[in-house]
Design a binder for this molecule. Structure first.
Ligand SMILES: *[C@@H]1O[C@H](CO)[C@@H](O)[C@H](O)[C@H]1NC(C)=O
Ligand SMILES: *[C@@H]1O[C@H](CO)[C@@H](O)[C@H](O)[C@H]1NC(C)=O
Ligand SMILES: *[C@@H]1O[C@H](CO)[C@@H](O)[C@H](O)[C@H]1NC(C)=O
Length: 364
């Protein structure tokens, strides 16, 4: 592991992006309610978060938050910056409490405290150059030194794009999108190699910070699928398939939302030269049906890109420059969540001429 700490900087201004609206005090049965405001387009934890701990009494609850850059698509060799901080005033606990950044390796499941720091300062940690070894769960939490302070932990999964030719692929097979409205059902499928291995679909829940098998997986011949229902708008889920030998597909990020606007995009990276179709969908509150009969505004990397009435837009013959974060807007209902569109280059002509020895269709 080449993890290095470069420098520290103060935590981002508290409450600027993410506001802890209410911090609970002692409750008789120690119910803790932490409510956060909505941040449009934030990749995780958009909405209200609640946590009940019936067994203990705390005098104060403190929320933590993490910001990771780049936030969407991390490749080998990238430098990744992790910020872990508390997002409200520490009051009397200023100078007393430490934060920890803990890493749980995806491969070995071992946990390691990467850094401890006074909560009033916050943690700034740099990973890089990133390799697959760095993959795993990063948790920002209190060190437990103040027993009457409840510190809400924050989880972030750092996934590093798979080897150029993963042996299996993953996609949403029921829809052309990875954003789902409340209680919507969707199916994710993996195409598997013919290797007689017991592949499984795994799922990471960013709210609880757990990795579990996707329940009720259906396997047939060379595919595996799992149907889930979009549940907690505050937890992003990451899905992937893996074999006992440790082979993995890429990860697919599913964004639940309690808003009524979602964006249709390719859910896996597309090839350079492909035509990519984007649609904005609005879900009728009553009928729960999606419609596209409205004026759609599309954004790429927060900049307005297209406006269209009730249809879809096509990005013709995409290039690397089209890669980025997309979202759309309904005139009354506001913005959809953000999704990443990845564009991958075709393999070199040299490699193409060697087709017999190539695994087909390398994916990112
Ligand atoms: C997904 O997109 C393709 C091509 O644009 C279309 O033919 C198909 O019907 C769409 N599927 C769904 C479930 O919307
Ligand atoms: C993209 O659309 C153009 C124009 O409709 C068409 O000529 C081209 O073949 C399409 N490209 C692909 C990869 O489908
Ligand atoms: C939702 O659907 C109902 C029934 O079709 C319709 O009357 C209503 O106008 C729709 N609402 C919106 C906001 O489009």
């Amino acid at each position: 592991m080449r993890i290095q700490v470069r420098k520290m900087k103060p935590p981002p201004a508290s409450g600027l992006l993410f506001k802890l609206v209410m911090v609970s005090m002692v409750c008789i049965f120690s119910a803790i309610c932490l409510c956060y405001s909505v941040i449009p387009g934030s990749p995780t934890h958009d909405v209200e978060r609640r946590q009940i701990n019936p067994t203990r009494t705390y005098s104060v609850a403190i929320g933590t938050q993490m910001k990771v850059l780049p936030s969407w698509y991390i490749r080998e060799g990238d430098t990744v910056e992790i910020n872990c901080f508390t997002n409200h005033d520490l009051g009397n606990n200023r100078g007393k409490m430490d934060l920890q950044l803990v890493w749980t390796s995806l491969d070995t499941k071992t946990k390691k405290v990467l850094m401890s720091q006074r909560a009033s300062i916050g943690i700034f940690y740099v990973l890089g150059p990133v390799t697959h070894e760095h993959q795993g769960l990063y948790t920002c939490r209190g060190d437990g030194s103040l027993p009457d302070v409840y510190v809400l932990t924050w989880h972030y999964f750092i996934w590093v794009a798979a080897d150029p030719s993963p042996t299996a692929s993953i996609d949403v097979i029921s829809h052309n999108r990875s954003q789902f409205a409340n209680r919507e059902e969707f199916t994710i499928g993996c195409q598997l190699p013919n290797d007689n291995n017991q592949w499984k679909m795994m799922r990471f829940d960013s709210w609880v910070g757990t990795i579990t098998e996707c329940p009720n997986q259906v396997t047939s011949d060379r595919s595996l699928s799992c149907t889930s229902r979009s549940a907690s708008p505050w937890s992003d889920n990451l899905y992937w398939c893996e074999s006992p030998a440790g082979h993995r597909t890429n990860a697919l990020n599913v964004t639940p939302t309690d808003m009524l606007v979602v964006l249709e995009t390719p859910t896996v990276p597309v090839w350079e030269g492909d035509n990519v179709t984007l649609r904005c969908l609005y879900r009728n509150r009553t009928t729960k049906k999606f419609t596209t009969k409205f004026r759609m505004v599309f954004y790429k990397d927060d900049r307005q890109k297209f406006v269209t009435n009730g249809a879809s837009v096509t990005l013709p013959t995409v290039t690397k420059a089209d890669e980025g974060l997309y979202k759309c807007r309904h005139p009354k209902e506001g913005l959809s969540p953000t999704s990443w569109i990845g564009v991958k280059a075709h393999p070199d002509v040299d490699q193409k001429s060697d087709v017999l020895h190539q695994t087909p269709a390398p994916t990112l």
